[in-house]
Design a binder for this molecule. Structure first.
Ligand code: HEC
Length: 402
């Protein structure tokens, strides 16, 4: 029963997380678009900085933006913050349930660094806190007044962190860590800068004072950063389903390229929505970066690793393959797994009968040959390079049966 409850708790948290994330990203994209599409003309009321007309759901919307404040602050004012908070809370819950509670399977790779689950969790939490502290200080320092330089330094730091974390955690653990760090920065910006500044602005308006324009500018800067970081974060969050992304030797460089893609693609849309000339070059950059990712992901994990059959292994008998899979994989991938902590066959992948093994040949190649995503936890069941070679030869021969 506890296995069933655990699985459903996991699913429920994930469901909430995806929904909250959609709501947050949706409203964030919407407001950046709205802001960029506002137009000025002479008939605008006093204090109005721009106007936009929109049509949706059979009705017309006339949006106006008050740069300072409307003459009378309306009684009902909608704040946008719970989308962000709910995304973070549910994301942290998932991080804890998956990566912290099962650190030896998901977060740690003993072939990368042999650390205890407690140490891994401590490093991860420290990273989340420090990431925000450093980012916040950078934005508030003189560096924060130069957007281009701030972006360049932020990018360099992010790449350095990606490199560092892939030398501490498993590939998928490192990706989730970086994604969670960026996500935490984005939510903390909402909670610690954007919303408090907005409150101060509203307070001074209520008192009839002119709000400090720096408050609004700081909030705006953070919200633009959030907008540019959205696409890379979503990639990192779904990457754990794609071992070619996280389990390759160049996984840290792939993160850097994904940030380049995310930022250039956002730049394209932001320029268009602002009715500036469309920067079509951004698609060339994004496509080149994507092709580079595909190429890098195919590079073997270690120099010795066998993505193709080793010289000695030309043919693989199914009996050998079956023995390898039964002794290295089936303790988890079975109708009734015997591995401690694995309640049901992970992802529904069962590798017990010859039919099941042949049916999953492609997935076995992706997970255990092209990448070393499986066995998890840094080869927890000690699948040898020779055995990976045998699997490679078998798949290359068309995965013949017994
Ligand atoms: C210690 C337990 C364990 C062992 C041993 C193990 N796996 Fe897995 N496997 C998992 C877990 C956990 C997942 C789910 C990962 C996730 O949530 O993305 C998984 C997922 C998979 C998937 C599905 C991936 C997907 O996202 O669809 C395949 C295929 C797979 N493993 C193959 C193998 C092969 C082949 C071996 C042996 C070489 C193996 N596994 C050994 C625990 C194990």
């Amino acid at each position: 029963m506890s296995i069933i409850a655990g699985e459903w708790a996991n699913f429920l948290i994930r469901w909430v997380h995806v929904i909250a994330g959609i709501a947050w990203i949706g409203s964030s994209f919407y407001f950046v678009h709205l802001d960029l599409s506002l137009r000025k003309h002479d008939k605008l009321a006093a204090g109005v900085g721009g106007e936009a007309w929109q049509v949706h759901g059979g009705g017309f919307y006339n949006m106006v933006k008050y740069m300072v404040a409307p003459p009378h602050l309306p009684k009902e004012l909608t704040w946008f913050k719970w989308e962000a908070y709910a995304t973070w809370i549910s994301g942290m819950a998932m991080l804890i349930v998956m990566y912290y509670a099962q650190a030896d399977l998901y977060l740690i790779d003993r072939t990368v660094l042999d650390i205890s689950p407690a140490a891994a969790v401590a490093i991860s939490v420290a990273g989340l806190v420090l990431g925000w502290v450093v980012y916040d200080l950078m934005c508030k320092s003189p560096l924060g007044r130069n957007d281009a330089l701030l972006g360049a330094v932020g990018f360099a730091l992010l790449v350095a962190l990606s490199y560092g974390f892939t030398k501490v955690f498993s590939g998928r653990g490192a990706y989730i860590q970086i994604g969670a760090m960026i996500g935490t920065i984005m939510v903390a910006s909402v909670a610690m800068t954007i919303i408090p500044n907005q409150r101060k602005i509203v307070d001074s308006l209520l008192k009839g004072e002119t709000p400090d324009p720096r408050l609004g500018a700081a909030g705006k800067q953070r919200s633009v950063h959030n907008n540019y970081l959205t696409l890379p974060v979503v990639f990192l969050m779904i990457s754990n389903h794609y071992p070619l992304a996280f389990a390759s030797r160049w996984n840290w460089l792939i993160v850097a390229l994904v940030v380049v893609i995310g930022v250039t693609v956002r730049h394209f849309y932001n320029s268009r929505h602002a009715h500036k000339p469309s920067p079509w070059w951004t698609w060339a950059v994004a496509a080149a970066a994507f092709l580079a990712i595909v190429f890098l992901s195919g590079q073997p994990l270690q120099k010795s690793a066998a993505a193709t059959p080793a010289d000695g292994v030309q043919k693989a008998a199914f009996a050998d393959v079956q023995e390898i899979v039964i002794s290295r994989c089936s303790m988890c991938h079975a109708a009734e797994p015997v591995w401690d902590g694995v309640g049901v066959a992970p992802k529904g992948v069962m590798l017990e009968t010859p039919e099941q093994i042949r049916q999953h040949a492609r997935a076995i190649w992706l997970q255990a040959v092209a990448t070393h995503a499986m066995p998890p936890g840094g080869n927890i069941t000690e699948l040898s390079d020779e055995d990976r070679s045998v699997l490679a030869a078998w798949v290359q021969a068309g995965a013949p049966g017994p």
